[in-house]
Write a protein that binds this ligand. Structure first.
Ligand code: PHE
Ligand code: ZN
Length: 877
């Protein structure tokens, strides 16, 4: 352990910056081993800070070597400045001056992948959140916005493409024959949006004509061998640009928009002004190598980063506590975009399933934090599901409370009022409130309170008056640092069905409608529906109108009715999940108690209806058929018995498969359409239903089904079907599973993104040798500890294997902890993310819990990065 541990910084301590930087001029003399960065910062004291003689304190990194510093061309002698661990402090400054700094950095040795680093044969940067300080000394905070001019000097034979933000304004040669390219970005921006790329790259060009008839040049750059895989991303980009004009009235501002794909990247992608940088796994797509899910992901991420140009870049965050200002809003925007491009209900179900699994787990664990956190040790740890996905739910609730039209007026006002500013979540809500006249003061508690509220619903019916009453109680559990909670404003969308499943009209506070939005604002509240003749079945929280855990004691008959008849597609799915969870919980309990599993599944009935209803969207049928995941069942459980969850799920799946074998077989064949691959909703839907049906059919052990898996693996003309066949073979321990895995590797060993999928699947295999397998994967030539995608594939895959990760002897936990300790030094962000499964130790069954905790303690004894220290120490607190 270190002698002094890193300390937290607090939102309440926010102060405006003492200095501003009007212009930033950067020169990069690019060399792999040592790059020299010269910065000329046009600075002045910030009038908003008040009169002050405070010293100038610039942020830097331990990996930045200061060569020299000058003030208005007067080179400072050592006694006039001080370099501490990560700061450059200049005691005396004028009110206005130009500060010149020369620093040396080592891109080649940068394994953190923050700042300037090398990926394959190129240079690239990543500056969000605090990466710019690893390039040069700066006021590295988002409320310091500056106009950047960037000069890149490099050897053109190796780096013919040299890019930065904005427009290329000059090109020339140095005396030594190196090429010089100058870029200028007219929009003031924080340093986290700075980007630079240099490499021998291929480009795909296109043009987008904006609504005001301006032509924008579009360019996607990749390494040469990948340029045939960017067509889909380019089309997605154009759809995004059009959609933002139509849905939000937002037009692109520069004359050029560039995207670059890099193989080594900590996250998915980054919205640098005019120069987005993508993890290649989130950009490249081709039918042979990319699954449907990945296609949709590429589209969503291209859109997300593009949308940041307004929600993030033109209007940015005042400080990092406000991260959800840009991320929550932008996720909401990309979700709506994807819904518009494909199916609204399917998209909603997928997003909610993810939220309820992963974000709810985070909100119930030791790292639980508000959407706008009050403190942090390392901001990189706060790029979380809470900030992103729950943040998007908050924006969605505002949309529900205001209605589409007023929401649009609110977003227009927000962009107009704050264009070119760095603002807060409060500013966002204020614009929404001012434009709509809707009071959002209580609603704002969603930003500051952590934890998932529970809404407990009971009901009664008064036959004499035809009045149906819902009583709702809300309660938000205590979370670290927040022992007590206040009531939040929860919009609950509700409809009522009659016992035959027909939608009823009812009256709430004098308003007649089939659907009502109830405003639950107190701890306990009654809602009355009048004009009814019989007791209805309530369809509650339609479309998942608030991120809460809603509890209502539905009978199986009610759930089957909702599943088959609700007009709200989302709640049809939700009912099926509740039914499945009920049955699975019975089985889990039997398993924990050591009983023989048995159940008379009612779910089979619901499934049968679905499988025989040709009018349904096959994608929705597939979603209903997919049993709640092990991860979701773990989130619901307390304590978690991983092996019991797996056993229960396997048992129910096999039982359903046997009962409905003929239906699954038929549906498999009905939807097994061949033809040219297209990543369009209709085809994606059919493939997903077909492959779900196959996964059940195979469970029966039927020989034809076993053969169908092999045939599909061999003959598929697209990665979706081929990989589905492979996954089914591996997950059902098909006799040929091992052969298929090696055949797959042989076929795709030259396609790194496909190899990553192979690594993931191989690492997640259930077997007594799971740990040995994962160790051999890490020694495999296809593995590379420096590449985040590969680390995620292997260690993420391993985390899904019950027999491997949750092995009773604790060897799985020990192995993961060992990897975290190694990565802590190389790439703290990735190391910190790998800790997530270990943070759940308190909820685990006692025998496993102690073993997991011991591994966290072992990690804590190491000399840790801020990133890993924060997660591990908070988990043990
Ligand atoms: N801002 C990026 C996004 O949400 C995510 C990101 C954060 C990427 C930090 C890199 C580093 O689109
Ligand atoms: Zn984002």
């Amino acid at each position: 352990m270190k002698e002094s541990q890193p300390s937290a910084i607090f939102l309440k301590d926010y102060k405006v910056p003492p200095f501003l930087i009007d212009k930033t001029e950067l020169t990069f003399d690019l060399e792999e081993a040592t790059t020299i960065v010269t910065s000329r910062l046009h600075m002045r004291r910030n009038p908003a800070f008040g009169k002050s003689t405070a010293p100038l304190v610039l942020d830097g990194g331990e990996d930045v070597k200061l060569i020299g510093v000058a003030m208005d061309n007067y080179s400072l002698p050592p006694e006039e400045y001080r370099v501490s661990e990560d700061k450059l402090i200049i005691t005396a400054t004028a009110d206005k001056f130009v500060l010149t700094c020369e620093t040396l950095i080592e891109p080649q040795n940068n394994t953190r992948l923050e700042g300037l680093y090398r990926s394959s044969s190129m240079f690239c940067t990543q500056c969000e959140a605090e990466g710019f300080r690893h390039i040069t000394y700066y006021l590295d905070r988002p409320d310091v916005m500056s106009v950047f001019t960037t000069t890149i000097i490099a050897d053109e034979s190796r780096y013919p493409v040299m890019l930065s933000n904005g427009n290329e304004v000059e090109r020339g040669k140095t005396e030594e024959g190196k090429t010089v390219v100058v870029w200028h970005d007219p929009f003031p921006k924080p340093a986290y949006l700075f980007a630079l790329v240099a490499g021998d790259l291929a480009v795909k060009n296109d043009v987008f004509t904006t609504q005001s008839q301006r032509d924008v040049k579009l360019q996607i750059f990749t390494e040469t061998h990948n340029i045939d895989k960017v067509d889909y991303a380019m089309e997605a980009l154009k759809r995004s640009m059009r959609w933002d004009e139509e849905a939000y009235g937002r037009e692109y501002d520069l004359d050029i928009f560039m995207i670059v794909a890099v193989d080594d990247f900590n996250m998915g992608a980054m919205e640098n002004k005019g120069l987005n940088i993508f993890n290649s796994s989130c950009l490249l797509a081709s039918p042979e190598t990319t699954t449907d899910d990945n296609y949709l992901r590429v589209e969503a991420i291209v859109a997300h980063e593009y949308f940041h140009n307004w929600s993030g870049n033109r209007v940015t965050c005042r400080d990092w506590f406000q991260l959800s200002l840009k991320e929550g809003f932008t996720v909401f925007r990309d979700q709506t975009f994807s819904a518009d491009m494909h199916s609204e209900t399917v998209k909603r179900v997928e997003d909610v399933a993810f939220l309820k699994t992963a974000q709810f787990a985070e909100d119930a664990g030791p790292m639980a934090h508000p959407v706008r956190p009050a403190s942090f040790i390392e901001i990189s740890n706060f790029y979380t599901l809470t900030v992103y996905e729950k943040g998007a739910e908050i924006v969605r609730m505002i949309h529900t409370l205001l209605g589409a039209e007023k929401f649009r007026a609110g977003s227009d006002l927000y962009f107009e009022r704050h264009d070119g500013q760095a603002v807060t979540c409060d500013d966002f809500v204020a614009a929404m409130q001012d434009a709509s006249g809707v009071d959002l003061s209580q609603f704002k508690r969603w930003y500051s309170q952590a934890g998932t509220p529970t809404v407990l619903v009971t009901d009664s019916f008064d036959e004499s008056t035809g009045t149906y009453r819902l009583t709702m109680k809300q309660d938000t559990p205590a979370t670290p640092g927040q022992p007590t909670k206040l009531a939040v404003h929860i919009p609950v969308r509700v409809g009522l069905l009659d016992p035959q499943g027909a939608e009823l009209t009812s009256s709430v506070q004098g308003v007649d409608a089939q659907e009502h939005v109830l405003h639950l604002t107190s701890n306990e509240q009654d809602f009355e529906f009048t004009g009814l003749t019989a007791r209805p079945v309530p369809s509650l929280l339609r479309g998942f109108s608030a991120p809460v855990k809603l509890r209502y004691d539905y009978s199986t008959t009610d759930l089957l009715l909702l599943m088959s008849s609700d007009t709200d597609g989302f709640n049809r799915w939700s009912a099926s999940q509740q039914l499945a969870v009920g049955e699975l919980n019975t089985l889990i309990k039997q398993s924990i108690d050591g009983e023989t599993l048995s159940i008379d599944s009612q779910l089979a009935l619901g499934f049968k209806t679905l499988l025989n209803d040709a009018s349904l969207d096959p994608a929705m049928v597939a979603l209903v058929l997919a049993l709640p995941s092990q991860a979701y069942l773990s989130e619901l459980a307390n304590p978690i018995y991983p092996a019991a969850i797996k056993q229960a799920r396997d048992f129910l799946k096999a039982q359903l498969a046997n009962v409905l074998i003929e239906d699954f077989k038929r549906v498999y064949h009905e939807h097994n359409v061949t033809g040219e691959y297209q990543a369009v909703a209709e085809d994606i839907a059919r493939r997903s239903l077909k492959n779900t049906a196959l996964s059940y059919w195979v469970e029966t052990g039927n020989e034809l089904a076993q053969q169908a898996v092999l045939d599909q693996f061999q003959s598929a003309n697209n990665m979706t079907d081929q990989f589905a066949a492979l996954s089914i073979a591996v997950n059902t321990q098909h006799a040929k599973a091992a052969d298929l895995l090696s055949a797959f590797y042989e076929q795709w060993k030259n396609e790194p993104l496909v190899v990553n999928k192979w690594l993931m699947l191989s690492a997640s295999q259930e077997s007594d040798a799971a740990l040995t397998t994962v160790k051999s994967l890490m020694a495999h030539p296809a593995f590379d500890l420096k590449n985040p995608n590969k680390v995620r594939s292997v260690l993420g895959g391993f985390g899904q294997s019950m027999s491997g990760f949750h092995n009773a002897d604790g060897s799985g936990y020990r192995f993961l902890a060992d990897q975290i300790i190694v990565l802590n030094k190389k790439n703290p962000q990735i190391a910190s993310r790998l800790c997530t499964p270990l943070t759940r130790w308190k909820k685990l069954q006692p025998e496993l819990s102690v073993k997991m905790k011991a591994e966290l303690e072992r990690i804590l004894a190491e000399d840790l990065s801020k990133d890993v220290y924060e997660v591990v120490s908070k988990s043990l607190a």
